[in-house]
Design a protein around this ligand. Structure first.
Ligand code: WTA
Length: 659
């Protein structure tokens, strides 16, 4: 990622205002938490688990590592996640407090109190039960940002069903794959989703997925009404959410589950094969969701918290559906996009709702910088952002220039930025500043969250000295870690606890470097074949298989990433067709056709930005594709690598040509 080493950059100390009343005040307090975890690791997590969560049956065990790397936490304790997020808050007098401020794409605002959210969750939970959905069943949720979306996740948790949310931008094929892999009994969706003033289908995509083979497990489809437009309903399978839930009682006996009970599965891309179903637990996951929301965002009772992620991604799970609600916070749920009706939407919403904590992705910031620089009207300076006190960043490295802009123009120079490094698999923040404690360095996610044993090692698992890059690992299991890959424990072991590290350390899949002086971490990017496009994880293999599945046209394809100013990385595909290499308009037309194909196979987020055609791909004599050459070609760099092992060096000129 950055060429700049963190030490050359300015350091920002937490201001007196950021420190005042912070949950963790000053580095001494941070160090004390780390020391507590060091001295008694189990005791440290157990203390937080007792303080932050309500247990039906208190746990007596903390970490069980008897079947490593399948670690268990708090295994003999029982609890319910929705009781922790909802009932608990109502019981402590927060029933009338606003839980969610929902703003629709068109700007309409709906406020939902904790009592109302609990009532709605119970109605949906009762509705699901009335259809026979039970503890342990899987439920797919394919819906856009909405109160019912959050309530549906909570409702699954209430009855012990395991939810698996599929981002509304995924195609019917991707949805089908997830339905089959989870063996889901029900799908919760909406008639349409509305984004950027446009109405886009959801239910018809569910219909398309369910018509494909492998979806026989699905007995019921519940449809939330969003657009009210005509849609097809299949008798005996599809029902309106209103018909199933609205007449249900507003109370619902929760299903008490063991702490290890799978709260959700969330599919994410790996370096090989199909997306993997990351399985999260109830107790350990919820603990870290609550603890990181409390310490990283310093959430207080009067805050208005806004995480702009979609509930289809892990950030939306942890920092919309679970973390802020577990603490009784008030949060924004936003249906729309940052550029509609104009690129001032985020700033206007911060102003209107007096948002105090704002959490978004570098890709959004970078695109809003461009818009603001072109038009004062959508510049943050045209809005009153004085309510802000903490800013956050997630999903990809934030480049120092974007960091400085965010700090100055959005945060008015007074709000600490928490650059939070974590992953779908980690459940919550792993390396991050704490706003009232950590001196900030733009571009660095600074130091591990207290208790997290992050380290940088070499290929053999040995620590590398600070100042030298290496592989990011976590040396000890932590409560919110991935439990397994659904249905594929071997793949879990191989992906995260490979033998190279003697099966001891969790392998994040990212490279990192620690600053020689401060020990601060900077993430240098993925070390596997995973791309990060606008903060969305995509496997190169996944896109390649989508391309070659267009059997009529494509003979071979190789996909690599190249740096992109706005999206972080962009997808570049090198394609060999089953017909002579096209040029000019024909090449453009085929590229479009292939882009649409990938959009259909995976979803629009996976469409390659560049497609280049060749008579062949650069291969060694043994037939291996030389991806490092492709990466150079994608960047438009001169080839300086040794190409003597290449079977067909002439191919490089062809593939270097942009369409
Ligand atoms: C990247 C998103 C640098 C990283 C929560 C990781 C980051 C992948 C940061 C996980 C950050 C996430 N700085 N890189 N602050 N946050 N990443 O599973 O490569 O969608 O492995 O989880 O995003 O992406 P995922």
């Amino acid at each position: 990622m950055t060429a700049e080493g963190p030490t050359e950059l300015k350091t920002y100390l937490p201001s007196a205002a950021a420190m005042a009343g912070a949950h963790v005040q000053g580095m001494a307090a941070y160090d004390a938490l780390c020391a507590e975890a060091e001295a008694d690791y189990a005791g440290y997590w157990a203390r937080h688990a007792r303080e932050l969560l309500t247990w039906k049956t208190p746990f007596t065990q903390v970490l069980d590592d008897s079947n490593a790397p399948f670690f268990k936490w708090f295994a003999d304790g029982t609890l319910n996640a929705s009781v922790n997020c909802l009932d608990r808050n109502v019981e402590r007098g927060l029933g009338d407090k606003t839980a969610i401020i929902f703003e629709a794409d068109g700007g309409e605002v709906t406020r939902t109190t904790y009592s109302q959210l609990l009532a709605r969750t119970c109605q949906i939970a009762n509705g699901l039960r009335s259809l026979g959905v039970q503890k342990g069943d899987r439920v797919i949720i394919y819906i856009s940002m909405s109160i019912d979306g959050v309530a549906a996740m909570q409702a699954c948790a209430r009855i012990g069903a395991t939810h698996s949310v599929v981002f509304g931008g995924f195609s019917a094929q991707s949805l089908r794959d997830r339905i089959e892999d989870t063996g889901a009994v029900a799908v919760i969706t909406a008639d349409h989703q509305v984004r950027g003033g446009k109405q886009l289908p959801l239910k018809s995509i569910v219909d398309e997925a369910l018509a494909m083979p492998g979806c026989g497990s699905v007995k019921n489809v519940l449809v939330v009404k969003r657009s009210g437009a005509d849609i097809a309903m299949t008798a005996g399978r599809d029902q309106w959410m209103a018909d199933v839930a609205d007449r249900q009682p507003t109370t619902c006996e929760p299903e008490w589950v063991g702490a290890e009970h799978p709260l959700f599965l969330l599919y994410t891309s790996g370096s090989t094969g199909k997306p993997k179903g990351v399985q999260h637990s109830t107790g350990g996951y919820l603990l870290h969701a609550a603890l990181t929301t409390k310490l990283t965002f310093d959430l207080k009772p009067d805050d208005v918290f806004w995480c702009t992620a979609d509930i289809g991604w892990v950030t939306g799970h942890t920092y919309i559906t679970y973390g802020p609600l577990a603490l009784g916070g008030t949060e924004i749920v936003f249906e729309g996009v940052p550029t509609y009706p104009d690129a001032g939407r985020f700033w206007k919403m911060i102003q209107d709702h007096k948002v105090s904590i704002f959490y978004t992705a570098p890709t959004a910031i970078r695109s809003l910088i461009k818009a603001a620089e072109a038009n004062d009207k959508v510049h943050p300076k045209s809005y009153d952002l004085s309510s802000l006190r903490i800013l956050g960043s997630v999903g990809e490295p934030i480049n120092p220039a974007a960091w400085e802009w965010y700090h100055l123009h959005v945060g008015g120079g007074r709000c600490p930025i928490v650059d939070t490094f974590w992953q779908t698999e980690t459940g919550g923040h792993m390396i991050t500043p704490l706003p009232g404690a950590t001196p900030l360095v733009p571009g660095s996610c600074t130091l591990p969250f207290p208790g997290i044993q992050a380290a940088v090692v070499d290929e053999t698992g040995k620590d590398v000295p600070n100042g030298q890059g290496g592989i990011l690992v976590v040396k000890k299991p932590w409560p919110s870690m991935i439990r397994t890959i659904w249905g594929d424990p071997e793949r879990f072991k191989k992906s995260y606890y490979p033998d190279d590290f003697k099966g001891q350390y969790y392998l994040a899949g990212d490279g990192a470097i620690r600053d020689a002086k401060t020990g601060y971490f900077t993430i240098t990017g993925r070390i596997d074949d995973v791309l990060n496009v606008s903060g969305h994880r995509m496997g190169t293999m996944e896109i390649e298989s989508a391309l070659v599945s267009c059997t009529e046209l494509v003979a071979e394809a190789a996909v690599v990433g190249r740096p992109d100013d706005t999206t972080g990385e962009a997808i570049c595909a090198f394609v060999v067709l089953k017909r002579p290499r096209p040029t000019g308009d024909e090449a453009k037309a085929i590229a479009k056709q292939l882009r649409d194909w990938v959009g259909k196979e995976i979803g629009p987020i996976a469409k390659p930005k560049d497609i280049r055609f060749g008579d062949n791909l650069p291969k060694t004599r043994s037939g291996k594709i030389m991806r490092r050459l492709l990466r150079s070609l994608a960047k438009g760099e001169a080839i300086t690598q040794d190409t003597s092992t290449l079977e067909n060096p002439a191919i490089l000129d062809q593939l270097g040509e942009n369409l």
